[in-house]
Design a protein around this ligand. Structure first.
Ligand code: ADP
Length: 436
């Protein structure tokens, strides 16, 4: 399920960002290509304006000058003098037979698109130079050019100069720009999908862990519930054939196991609600010393029964009140004292202390110390996990491994901290820190 979701999120996340990126880069590419064409055409027009200005100033056209312009700018130049191709065309090495046809094709293209009026309608004689730039594609070779037709009118003699600039080099640079963009886009798409895979994987990991924990929780809960339920069913079965006296015993077992089940279900509900908004901390202004005193009084007879010495240590000065949920904190005290009582053998000692620490951020500290069997370093990181019991054989009936996980949820729900360390005298020390 999570693998499928991972794949789906990756496709969704990577696909959408990659699509946006590709669309943006295509847009940029088209803008950049258009500006390349525009710039090239503008520079061609500027060159032609310069050439025309020189032609206007001189009375004759020098062949060397034309050859220099051709060589400098990569142009091909063709001259028609009063309808006759100029000698320059034959002499110049750039102009091969194919070029000759190119010139006539470009002239045809020009004539087909623009009507040129070189003479005024009155037929007056005057001198002048006109030039016009356009793009044309040779119908025979398919090559594209920027072309300029310069008409020179002097004393009713018309000379025409055609200048061609091949766009092949521009096409090559545009093609290489496209290939570069394609490669960059390809790398970016791969990087985006890899990032999305890693990112969504990290995002889903806590959900997956949570899901696995829930499955473990359900499995462990079913397992724990089965034990008292089996005992109840078995006792009920036996009741059918048992004597009156035995029945009393069986009904006691049923009641006891039913109570165990009830406690377990309560614990499970508390933990189930801890992950939801229903796990509310009903804060009140509470005297923590009173809460500790109540817990002490509740456990004193139980400790006495087990010959364990229970002591209480409260601050001498009156304490400021703590903003906390009194029922929940009383539950934490009960869990810690119950554990201390369960895991401390006869003749041991348990101490419940309360401190108010005036640090930069003042807090209350509740400490439960016992001289019991203690908790090994290997077990310490797990004791707050649900259904964890350090050594199952050690646990007495009624211990499901949920107490400390409930205490943990309550304390963290109060933005506090709960921790355990070894008691130097043997046993464990549990510390609960609650913010003021
Ligand atoms: P349980 O209901 O089994 O006590 P808890 O979550 O309260 O479950 O405790 C988890 C485990 O941590 C216990 O099974 C026990 O092995 C260990 N533990 C808890 N408190 C103490 C303690 N005071 N001394 C020794 N071991 C303890």
């Amino acid at each position: 399920m999570f693998r499928k979701a991972h794949l789906l999120f990756t496709l969704l996340c990577g696909g959408s960002t990659a699509a946006i990126m590709v669309i943006m880069s295509l847009f940029y590419l088209s803008v950049s290509e258009k500006s390349l064409y525009d710039n090239q055409f503008r520079s061609f027009q500027n060159d032609i304006s310069t050439i025309t200005a020189s032609l206007e100033q001189s009375t004759s056209v020098s062949m060397q000058w034309l050859a220099r312009i051709e060589a400098q700018n990569g142009y091909s130049i063709f001259i028609v003098d009063n309808g006759t191709p100029f000698l320059y065309n034959d002499l110049h090495s750039n102009v091969d037979p194919t070029s000759q046809s190119l010139f006539s094709e470009s002239l045809d293209a020009y004539n087909a698109s623009i009507l040129v009026e070189n003479l005024d309608p009155e037929g007056n004689t005057y001198s002048g130079i006109w030039h016009s730039e356009y793009e044309f594609t040779s119908p025979t070779t398919g090559d594209s050019f920027y072309a300029s037709l310069i008409d020179i009118e002097r004393n009713r003699i018309l000379s025409q100069i055609i200048i061609l600039f091949p766009l092949s080099s521009l096409h090559v640079s545009i093609m290489s720009q496209r290939i570069l963009f394609l490669l960059i886009d390809l790398c970016a798409v791969i990087a985006l999908f890899t990032f999305s895979w890693v990112f969504t994987g990290k995002l889903l990991k806590p959900l997956q862990q949570n899901h696995e924990k829930q499955l473990q929780f359900v499995a462990a809960a079913s397992h724990e519930l089965r034990t008292p339920l089996s005992a109840i069913l078995a006792s009920n079965e036996c009741c059918q054939t048992a004597s009156e006296e035995e029945r009393v015993g069986f009904s006691q077992t049923i009641r006891g196991e039913g109570k165990r089940m009830n406690n377990l279900i309560d614990d499970m509900l508390t933990l189930a609600h801890s992950g939801m908004s229903r796990f509310q901390i009903d804060r009140k202004s509470v005297e923590l010393d009173t809460l500790c005193l109540n817990a002490y009084e509740a456990f004193e007879p139980l400790c006495e029964q087990k010959c364990i010495e229970l002591s209480l240590q409260l601050p001498d000065a009156p304490l400021i009140r703590c903003s906390c949920d009194p029922d929940r904190i009383a539950q934490v005290l009960s869990i810690l004292l119950h554990n201390a009582l369960s895991y401390t053998p006869e003749g041991g000692q348990i101490n419940l202390s309360l401190f108010y620490r005036k640090e930069r951020k003042p807090y209350f500290e509740i400490v439960v110390t016992d001289t019991g069997i203690g908790i090994t370093d290997a077990e310490k990181p797990h004791i707050f996990d649900r259904f964890y019991r350090a050594e199952k054989s050690r646990s007495t009936k009624g211990h499901f491994g949920l107490g400390l996980s409930i205490a943990y949820e309550i304390v963290t729900g109060h933005h506090g901290k709960i921790s355990v360390r070894d008691n130097p005298l043997g046993g464990s020390i549990f510390t609960v820190k609650l913010p003021e």
